[in-house]
Design a protein around this ligand. Structure first.
Ligand code: NAD
Length: 415
């Protein structure tokens, strides 16, 4: 996975004609942390997991990135995703660097109390190297506001009252209005911008969606509210389709109760894997990485892909889709709404001041649209796809900051 994210980086670094030395400075992580987490399970057996945190780059501010609880979590995933966070925070111009981490556990097999103990142990092992000015975790796959509250509580035992150590906290515990739905809302803005580029709008646009968790469900709800038609949704258990458009609020209620969209009666059951090639104007992968690969990319029918998930498209698939003239809004732009509102949450925590929802949403919309337009201008100027342009913008911002913070022997032009 890290190799794939490096490949995208090098495509943009080639456009900027960067030297191998500068590339190495920008790709090398600041710090890689790996900890053993040994805790007692509810039945008295030992649980033994490994926790990871990779702090990739802090040139533009404290490291920032999610915590993922998933059996596939490992150093390669954490490194690749931390890397993406560095570029993402730069694209929406928030004063953070990039980090990512997680634990290789499966929360669906754990009680709430086991999850809390494992989370607290992880914080205890990392407490010296996280903090409001060092590294600020946030929710990702299988982590949520409850997990963030436990992190804040555990860290505050060590450092004193510190709401700014994590974002994505519950609203009643110094979270921000609008954070829960921020990534999905940002995805919707990114889609609106992409449609505008194609001379279209959301009304009547058909959408197939993979993943119906935090990001996917909020994105679906907002797209449907604005006239888009969600015609198929799939998750890890299966999927459901309805040509006339799924009733998204009912699907949200169903998924909250059953923890899957499979079995929803408002459409026909479909096989989960078929979602990637489903006939729709737009495909939104909002689950895990590598969903679109060399095997299924050729069969993709959508003309626009908005990457709500991180790294859902392999470089091989990306090349195939480019040949098919599919417009891809890359992850580091499309799903940057979450980290943008995380920044607002962190700023509110530091100022001990609360913003109202209207202000959060208005600032998010402004930053997402501005980011999209900046990326599109670079794509036009340098004659590249949006992904390469997004990396170019990010490398320019991170590169200038990184190399202003140290004396260098050569003059580097970031274009
Ligand atoms: P989540 O845990 O809330 O939901 C994940 C969804 O993916 C679930 O519906 C699950 O069933 C589905 N899924 C898992 N494995 C699958 C599979 N093999 N096939 C089909 N569906 C599968 O996670 P989330 O927070 O919504 O994150 C989704 C993606 O968005 C991840 O790539 C994450 O890194 C990215 N992301 C999340 C945020 C955020 O704020 N939560 C921000 C930026 C990016």
């Amino acid at each position: 996975m890290l190799e794939a994210s490096h490949r995208y980086f090098h495509q943009a670094a080639d456009v900027l004609d960067l030297s191998p030395k500068v590339r190495e400075v920008l790709l090398t992580p600041n710090r890689v942390i790996k900890v053993d987490i040994v805790e007692e399970a509810d039945d008295g057996q030992l649980m033994h997991y490994t926790g990871f945190r990779v702090q990739h780059n802090s040139a533009r501010g404290p490291c920032k990135g999610g915590l993922r609880y998933h059996p596939t979590m490992d150093e390669d995933h954490a490194s690749a995703l931390a890397n993406l966070m560095t570029w993402k925070t730069a694209i929406v111009d928030v004063p953070f660097g990039g980090a990512k981490g997680g634990i290789d556990c499966d929360p669906s097999q754990m009680s709430r109390f086991e999850l809390e103990r494992v989370t607290r142990r992880f914080v205890d092992q990392c407490k010296e190297v996280i903090g409001p000015t060092i590294d600020i975790p946030a929710p990702d796959v299988n982590t949520n506001a409850d997990v963030m509250a436990w992190i804040m509580d555990e860290y505050s035992r060590y450092a004193g009252f510190s709401p700014g150590v994590v974002t994505g906290k519950p609203l009643h515990l110094f979270g921000s209005e609008g954070r829960d739905e921020a990534t999905g809302r940002g995805v919707m803005y990114a889609l609106e911008e992409a449609l505008r580029d194609c001379g279209k709008d959301l009304a009547g646009t058909t959408v197939a969606l993979q993943g119906f968790g935090n990001v996917g469900s909020h994105a679906a709800r907002m797209i449907a509210e604005r006239g888009g038609k969600i015609v198929a949704v799939a998750d890890h258990m299966g999927g459901v389709a309805n040509e006339a458009g799924l009733d998204v609020p009912s699907l949200v209620d169903y998924a909250a109760e059953h923890r899957t969209v499979a079995g929803f009666s408002g459409g026909d059951a479909i096989e989960g894997a078929s979602i990637i090639t489903w006939p729709a104007d737009v495909l939104i992968p909002a689950a895990l990485e590598d969903a679109i690969d060399a095997k299924n990319a050729g069969e993709v029918q959508a003309k626009i892909i908005v990457e709500a998930a991180n790294a859902p498209t392999t470089p091989e698939a990306d090349a195939i889709l480019k040949q098919k003239d599919v417009l891809i809004v890359p992850d580091i732009l499309a799903n940057a709404g979450g980290v943008t509102v995380s920044y607002f949450e962190w700023a509110q925590n530091i100022q001990q001041f609360r913003w109202e929802l209207d202000r959060v949403n208005a600032e998010l919309e402004k930053r997402m649209r501005r980011a999209y337009q900046s990326v599109r201008e670079i794509a036009e100027a340098k004659n590249t796809d949006l992904r390469t342009a997004a990396f170019v913008l990010a490398i320019q911002r991170v590169g200038r900051a990184a190399l202003s913070r140290r004396a260098v022997r050569e003059t580097i032009d970031f274009g």
